[in-house]
Design a protein around this ligand. Structure first.
Ligand code: NAD
Ligand code: GLY
Length: 348
């Protein structure tokens, strides 16, 4: 078992252990004031784990209600959000009751947004079932739904009361979804954990990888919970990656786009004299080892056009995350012209 303590506005634990889901009913019994738990999941996860979850939850002393969403990003919508809110109200869910998100980042972000707004805020537990959810979305309290105008445009900060991560549940993940999570893991290595980066090219102990990734994120969340400073280092590869996702009309998965974004910004960092070529070669090689396609078919001009509309643009500037070494990424405030130049250098 691995335990990570998070100390931000709320203190909570992330518990990582093979098979820990079998103990979920008992773990939830620790919250003795809770009369009702609502388990929120998606139909892929419930298709695989429904019987198991029902069996496990029978050990819980409180009443259990279930809400299952359709899988996929389209469920992170205002419509689904309101349906869940109505479901909770109809089931007389009260302030002392608790939500439990069992699923990937979609289920986690949506449940977190419901938890932060239902009756002005109820508690929730995260049970991440994808690698991405385990290393990223279940930690740090960002919740969100999408608007028609863009992804994650409505959201809150609302930390869970606990994160329970059963690494056995990753065994049922489709290969591409498993790989996508590793783009974020590689990101942590480049941002602030060289030891993690070095371990990723050998045989992987998944519990170690999750613990190190969560610790890498925890350091930044504890320092900057509300994302005004160094937490933004977690955006490594995301500014260019996000532009690639849009240019490709989401043909590439988020993980693939982030992987390409990391390679572009790293190559530009070499051209700018910040990153040693040897380090760039290691980054590129590791990302290739995980089977990511590293040749986006877009010009710097096309990606720049999209970046001009980026919601993180600050007037005539954009703050980009730039690797100065493996485990040493920094925030660099660039003019728009400099960003275009980085794209040219990175895609060259
Ligand atoms: P996802 O939740 O859509 O899950 C991917 C797919 O895997 C889905 O089809 C799901 O049904 C399936 N699945 C989940 N667990 C499974 C399992 N154990 N076995 C088999 N299938 C399983 O996607 P994701 O990649 O987990 O998360 C992406 C979302 O996370 C995006 O909406 C993104 O915006 C959000 N996100 C949030 C944060 C944050 O800090 N809150 C950070 C990163 C990403
Ligand atoms: N996924 C980035 C963050 O939580 O800040």
């Amino acid at each position: 078992m691995q335990i990570v303590d998070i100390n931000c506005s709320k203190k909570y634990q992330i518990i990582i252990e093979k098979g820990i889901i079998d103990n979920l009913g008992n773990i939830l019994n620790d919250y003795s004031d809770v009369n009702k738990f609502c388990i929120i999941t998606d139909s892929n996860v419930s298709g695989i784990y429904n019987e198991k979850i029902k069996g496990i939850m029978s050990k819980c002393n409180a009443e259990i209600i279930y809400y299952t969403i359709e899988p996929g990003e389209t469920s992170k919508s205002g419509e689904v959000y309101l349906k869940i809110m109505e479901f909770l109200a109809k089931n007389q869910f009260t302030r002392t009751d608790m939500l439990v998100a069992i699923g990937g980042g979609v289920v986690g972000d949506l449940t977190g947004f419901v938890a932060s707004t239902y009756l002005r805020g109820v508690d929730f537990v995260q049970v991440p079932t994808t690698i991405l959810a385990a290393v990223d979305s279940s930690v740090g309290g960002k919740t969100a739904i999408n608007l028609k105008s863009g992804k994650n445009l409505a959201g809150t900060f609302h930390q869970p009361v606990k994160v329970i991560c059963d690494s056995d549940m990753f065994d049922t993940l489709p290969k591409d979804i498993r790989r996508d999570g590793f783009a974020e893991v590689i990101k942590y290595g480049i941002v602030n954990d060289k030891e993690l980066f070095d371990k990723l090219s050998g045989n992987i102990d998944i519990e170690y990888v999750i613990k190190k990734s969560v610790l890498a994120k925890a350091r930044l969340v504890e320092e900057d919970e509300f994302d005004n400073g160094n937490r933004r280092l977690l955006n490594l590869g995301h500014t260019f990656g996000h532009a690639i996702e849009i240019a490709a009309e989401y043909k590439y998965s988020h993980g693939e786009a982030v992987a390409m974004g990391i390679v572009i910004v790293s190559k530009a960092a070499v051209a700018e004299g910040f990153l040693a070529k040897k380090e760039y070669d290691k980054i590129r090689k590791l990302i290739q080892t995980y089977g990511f396609n590293l040749e986006p078919e877009f010009t710097a001009e096309r990606l720049y056009e999209i970046i001009l509309l980026d919601k993180k643009r600050e007037g005539e500037n954009i703050t980009l995350v730039v690797p100065f070494g493996i485990g040493d990424s920094r925030l660099v405030k660039l003019t728009l012209e400099e960003v275009e130049n980085y794209l040219i250098e990175g895609l060259n």
